[in-house]
Write a protein that binds this ligand. Sequence first.
Ligand code: PGA
Length: 250
Amino acid sequence: MRKYYIAGNWKMHKTVSESVTLAKSLVSELGSCGERVMIAPAFTALAAVAEVVKGTSIILGAQNMGPDLQGAHTGEISPLMLKDIGVKAVILGHSERRHSYGESDALINKKVLLALAQALEPILCVGETLEEREGGKLESVVGTQLREGLKGVAATVLDKVTIAYEPVWAIGTGKTATPEDADAVHAYIRTVLAGLYSEAAAKSMCIQYGGSVKAENAAELMAKPNIDGALVGGAALKVETFGPIAQFRS
Ligand code: PGA
């Protein structure tokens, strides 16, 4: 049976002790969950949460990373530092990084390549703003983010890459794309991937949907043929709301 990939992006929330408490509850709630589950706490809580999830099926992720291995880069976190404490996955190109911190496709691409070179599994986020959607630019925006973000990524490591489609207007707003709308964009993403790689690669890649995913809409979204999981923000902050999303099939 196909496995879904459900990731929780905790964003800039929770102290170390709050993060440990949530991680412990998730380990006990989701110990036997059949899906792939990832949680991405803040940098400050990663090491403590790593201890909690060690030996469990929950994957530890980071929300971002710097584009270099080491050096004079004040305020940045290297993939070596993430690996050192047990991080396995990293969210890259989140719309908040693109829009609030001006991250370009070129910078995000550098991070994707570096993550892969360091055996960290990237989740590359793409998505359009409302203005871009209403201006008929959805496909060109998402297409460019994919082509630029994946530049230089070899077909042989593509199985380590996840794409997250997150329409910017649906993030943290309570507005979700309809399952049909989301599925149509996911299908378009597969077309772009097929052009870049092959039909087979496009078919086998995991594409998550993100943007106001909650227990109430998770099953309906993931029932769509092109939606392989979810990248969850607000609802990832409590076991009561994240648990049912990860267990949407039970
Ligand atoms: P949201 O965030 O679930 O709160 O909309 C999703 C995300 O930003 O990854």
